[in-house]
Structures are given as structure tokens and as C-alpha cells.
Design a protein around this ligand. Structure first.
Ligand SMILES: O=C(O)c1ccccc1N[C@@H]1O[C@H](COP(=O)(O)O)[C@@H](O)[C@H]1O
Length: 218
């Protein structure tokens, strides 16, 4: 089983959880700047957390339809390696953000049916990475982090021209199957490594990464 699998642990709010993610081997750690999320952190809080992340682990800021004023504050306050755009940002807006901040950009795309795959081509022209996530259910209070998986069969055998992460409802219990069914080499998880909304669990973080990589705990 693949040990080169890269995992992003998203929605970190506490230093102990950042340490747990780093020690378990996360390649990315994510901070959520969306006020409707139980994982929301302020730029100042994220800065304190980010300063504890060693080189080699990418610090990702998750934003939702953020304007330049908010992104200016964020990028000036927090030492970041990547921006994750998880709203309705158009391809033009993705290109604008990438040019303005000089940071790699990951664009989240919500999937529920085959037609939802169509925008991927346009975003592939401007983003550095794609995040293939479940589309939020109608009436959801946030566009992600809903512990909802989509039909992995919709992307089985797909190969895009840029690196991508699989997200949505992943857990230590289903991550190996998700990899086998989709061919994903990168995974993003938030709810599935929590004991309550917004409260990460170090044992679940470790189990997720061990299971994703097919490592033995013996
Ligand atoms: O985590 C959140 O609260 C969140 C809020 C707004 C947009 C995205 C959010 N989370 C991202 O959604 C996916 C899937 O999360 P889950 O594993 O199903 O909980 C992931 O990229 C999270 O980072």
C-alpha cells in the first residue's frame, strides 16, 4: 500500500492538535477562516498555531468567497504556504488571488452528480491544486466540513492535469476504500478526525494517517 500518500488535516484550532497532525505525518495543516464554522480561527490565533509548524509541512488557509481586504489581513498576519478557496470563486477570481498574493491556490469543487465535474477543466487552467469535495446539501450552513461523502464512483479512473486532494466524509474507517476506489494520492479530512464538531482527536488523526498509508501499527 502507498506510503507516499499525502494527508491534509484541516480545521485545527489548538496547538496540541497541530502537534498531533505533524507528528502523525501530515503533509498539510489547514486553518479555517469562515465564521460559520465550529473550526473558525482568527488570523491572530492562526498565526500562533502556524508558527509552531515545522518547515516541510504546508500551512493552508481555508477561505470562503473572501474579499481582498480579508485576504490582505490574513496573508499579512499568518505565515502561509497555500490558500484554499472553498466558496463560489470563479476561475477569474482564482487567477486574481493567485497573482495578488503569490501563493499557490487550491480550489475546492463540490461534487454530487456527473455535471459537477464540468468546471474542473476551467479551474485546472488557473489553480495549483484541486480539492474534490462533496457538494454541501441544500440549506447547509457551510460549504464544507459537513462529514458528507459523495459517490466516489463519479471520479473513479479520472486523471486531472494537476495535483488534487479527495475530501468529504473521510474517516479512519473509510479512507483506505476511498483511495482504492478513486486513486487519490492526497486526502483532506476534518470532521472524521474529531470527537465533536471542532474538537480534534489525536488518536483519530493518527489512525487516519496510518490507515491512509496502509501502515501497520504492530
Ligand atoms: O471545516 C469546515 O468547517 C469548513 C467550512 C467551510 C468550508 C470548508 C470546510 N471544511 C472543508 O471541507 C472538506 C470536507 O470536510 P469533512 O472532512 O467532510 O469534514 C475539507 O476540505 C475541509 O477542510
Amino acid at each position: 500500500m502507498p506510503q507516499d500518500i499525502r494527508v491534509k488535516i484541516c480545521g485545527l484550532t489548538a496547538a496540541a492538535d497541530v502537534s498531533a497532525a505533524v507528528e502523525a505525518g501530515a503533509a498539510y495543516v489547514g486553518f479555517v477562516f469562515f465564521e460559520g464554522s465550529p473550526r473558525h480561527v482568527t488570523p491572530e490565533r492562526a498565526r500562533a498555531l502556524a508558527l509552531g509548524v515545522p518547515a516541510g509541512v504546508a500551512k493552508v488557509a481555508l477561505t470562503v468567497d473572501a474579499d481582498d481586504t480579508a485576504l490582505d489581513v490574513l496573508t499579512e498576519t499568518v505565515p502561509l504556504d497555500m490558500l484554499q478557496l472553498h466558496g463560489h470563486e470563479t476561475p477569474a477570481r482564482v487567477a486574481e488571488i493567485k497573482a495578488r498574493y503569490g501563493l499557490p491556490v487550491m480550489k475546492a469543487i463540490g461534487i454530487a452528480e456527473p455535471a459537477d465535474l464540468t468546471p474542473i477543466d476551467a479551474y485546472s487552467q488557473v489553480a495549483d491544486q484541486l480539492l474534490i469535495d462533496a457538494k454541501p446539501p441544500k440549506g447547509a450552513s457551510r460549504p464544507g466540513g459537513n462529514a458528507l461523502a459523495f459517490d466516489w464512483g463519479l471520479i473513479a479512473g479520472r486523471d486531472w492535469s494537476l495535483p488534487w486532494l479527495l475530501a468529504g466524509g473521510l474517516t479512519p474507517g473509510n479512507v483506505a476504500e476511498a483511495i482504492a476506489r478513486t486513486g487519490a494520492r492526497q486526502l483532506d479530512v476534518s470532521s472524521g478526525v474529531e470527537r465533536a464538531p471542532g474538537v480534534k482527536d489525536a488518536a483519530l488523526i493518527r489512525a487516519f494517517i496510518v490507515n491512509a498509508r496502509g501502515l501497520s501499527t504492530d
